[in-house]
Design a protein around this ligand. Structure first.
Ligand SMILES: Cc1cc2nc3c(=O)[nH]c(=O)nc-3n(C[C@H](O)[C@H](O)[C@H](O)COP(=O)(O)OP(=O)(O)OC[C@H]3O[C@@H](n4cnc5c(N)ncnc54)[C@H](O)[C@@H]3O)c2cc1C
Length: 242
């Protein structure tokens, strides 16, 4: 398969960067094709603006999503967005590799999402969740954090990590139509011993060799909603006793 790793850490010697390199080695050893978008190294511009568009449908008032649709179709979207969009459209799996910042992705990744997950190709016209443009592709998060694992249990002080990241897992990746795999999380990274971090790298490598065995996260099917997105009223099934 073709794998795109969208990586964001400002320090190339960081543990997160070690994880990203380990992912490349592991996936390539399995025969997969891997492309890395190293956002800090690329000096990726995360800020949406009118400069993203070579032409304008409406030059008086910027409707960003409308101009995304028009400019992708016309071939006039900014070259940096086009290059990332091409990588995205060609891949089977996207891995987002990053340190957890404020229980979210770093701003530079958020800006990749804002600019690359374009209206028209990725979503729009009631194409989301199981009708989203990324249907047939998989996505997962692989991230490091300072907190300890038990802090992010259901009973933990912060509550479940997946609920913290629901806006990304469901609101972005699930919405876009990706099959979202469970995240790989490296906890307490700056505070543990080097040998423990090395063991973590080993666990990450094992994880990447077993992606097909992972149960994807569950999101709604639009079949269960009407044209206005109200839940469909289910008629009880008749049984033989009825
Ligand atoms: C703005 C901001 C917000 C944050 N918000 C949160 C939050 O909400 N929740 C939370 O839990 N944390 C939070 N953090 C903490 C952050 O998530 C962690 O500090 C980060 O994930 C640690 O990963 P790193 O790659 O930066 O580690 P680094 O500090 O780069 O690495 C740790 C150590 O690993 C070493 N190392 C590198 N490669 C290897 C290797 N191959 N084998 C062994 N050791 C290696 C490095 O030399 C270093 O000594 C936040 C941090 C910032 C700056």
């Amino acid at each position: 398969m073709k794998v795109l790793i969208v990586h964001a850490h400002p320090e190339p010697q960081s543990f997160t960067a070690s994880m990203q390199r380990h992912a490349v080695e592991t996936l390539q050893a399995q025969g997969h094709e891997v492309i890395v978008s190293d956002l800090y190294a690329m000096n990726w511009n995360p800020v949406v603006s009118a400069a993203d568009f070579g032409t304008r449908k409406n030059s008086d008032y910027l409707v960003y999503a409308l101009e995304q649709r028009e400019n992708v179709a016309a071939g006039t979207i900014a070259p940096d967005i086009r290059a990332e969009l091409d990588k995205l459209l060609e891949c089977d799996l996207v891995i987002f590799s990053f340190p957890l910042f404020w229980c979210s992705v770093p701003a530079i990744i958020k800006g990749w999402i804002d600019r690359v997950l374009v209206s028209g190709k990725v979503y729009g016209g009631q194409r989301f969740y199981d009708r989203g443009g990324m249907r047939g592709k998989r996505a997962m998060l692989a991230y490091t954090c300072g907190g300890r694992d038990f802090m992010f249990d259901a009973e933990g002080v912060h509550g479940e990590m997946d609920l913290m990241l629901r806006h990304v897992l469901r609101g972005t990746l699930g919405y876009a139509g990706f099959e979202v795999l469970p995240s790989f999380v490296a906890y307490h990274v700056p505070y543990i011993k080097p040998a423990e971090r090395e063991a973590m790298l080993g666990r990450y490598g094992d994880y990447l060799t077993k992606l097909d065995q992972l149960e994807p996260l569950s999101f709604p099917s639009l079949d269960d909603f009407d044209a206005e997105m109200h839940p469909r009223v289910r008629t009880p099934q008749m049984t033989e006793q009825d």
